[in-house]
Design a protein around this ligand. Sequence first.
Ligand code: SDX
Length: 434
Amino acid sequence: MSTSKSAVLTFGNGQSVEFPVLSGSMGPDVVDIRQLYAKTGMFTYDPGFMSTASCRSAITYIDGDKGVLLYRGYPIEQLAQQCDFLEVAYLILNGELPTREQKANFVHMVTRHTMVHDQLARFFNGFRRDAHPMAVMVGVVGALSAFYHDSLDINDPRHREVAAFRLIAKMPTIVAMAYKYSVGLPFMYPRNELSYTANFMRMMFGVPTEDYVVNDVLVRALDRILILHADHEQNASTSTVRLAGSSGANPFACIASGIACLWGPAHGGANEAALNMLEELQREGGVARIGEFIKKVKDKNSTVKLMGFGHRVYKNYDPRAKLMRETTHEVLNELGLGDDPLFKLALALERIALEDEYFVSRKLYPNVDFYSGIVQRALGFPTAMFTCIFALARTVGWIAQWNEMISDSEQKIGRPRQLFTGPTRRDVVPIAER
Ligand code: SDX
């Protein structure tokens, strides 16, 4: 990182203050304003962090204008086509693609951490059967810190490694348990002879009364969906995990905080919201009602948004959305659902929106969530499970970013300031006189 450049801030009173400008390996330079308050007594003001870099990172790079997404320098398109999820997980966690031997060892370790402490199963009984599975996930993942005391010391690299394996390995088991509990079916134990994603699909859809037949095309499709969701720079849930981790909280608590944040419909909950939007539009008349729906979306007085569209960073097509649309096509054809009305509706909605000035002028394109609901529904997942699967995949990115934060010598506890607009100092008046 070079610091040869600088930026000067000049105030109305003629005072000028100079700040270093830092350059990374790619992307925008940053103005290093860490001394701003000390030198000027002023804060910056940036709600939603539209212009703020919160950290250095070497994990994921996004060029929103060009629709580029790289994990450790590798284009998402190549990773999605040529690698499997655990290979990409190894890359995101360690910075390099694994050799054959490294991958075999990594898969062996993950596979043998997939079971959860048997007492954890009792947690589920504390939830209503109709609880949203993300509520269950937040509770159960946070509770892992009550079981695995030998991987809580965040300053011990071995503890961090064990916690990482446990979280990556147990997330599919916990997600499947949350689903089975919601439908009153028995939990399925993982099987070590299956791949990570085939294991997850068997725990989700298998039953003890018969062998589960793995469909390799569907497993490959889900594995690719996990790759597309594995990491995404400093998004809201990743920033939540980093902020929680900056206080020294244990890894399970940090990941539980990421799950809680991801649940929001503006973030990871958008895939569930996008499918609900398509199903409602279908019920109201489908393609024939798109014009009326778009009008509602554009109406300033309505809160209706085109879910699965728009992105803080992508002002071009989200590369993941393109790959998700291809995967949806593959899965629907494999299942003989090529004429799926919801997919046709989504394609029509996308086409009409991308020709509409409202979306074009605001650079609103489909994001990763626009098609992911359709393909996950076709794979057999209930809508409420979509964000759990997003969390399952994003656990890898959250852990990698959390580890990077802990190892960064410049990181301190995150503690933003504010622009205070409340009442100035005043004295309490006794209640008898109020
Ligand atoms: C994810 O950050 C990440 O990387 C997240 C993520 C990841 O992998 O971690 O990529 C995953 O969260 C994808 C985004 C999923 N969310 C949705 O699909 C929900 C719908 N999208 C919007 O809520 C919105 O686009 C956001 C939240 C995604 C981005 O919001 P911004 O960057 O704060 O932009 P904005 O809300 O200020 O929008 C700018 C304008 C506004 O109109 P004007 O005030 O200029 O008139 O665009 C409009 C917005 O009203 N707008 C939309 C819209 N998204 C933005 N109008 C209709 N439909 C939409 N979807």
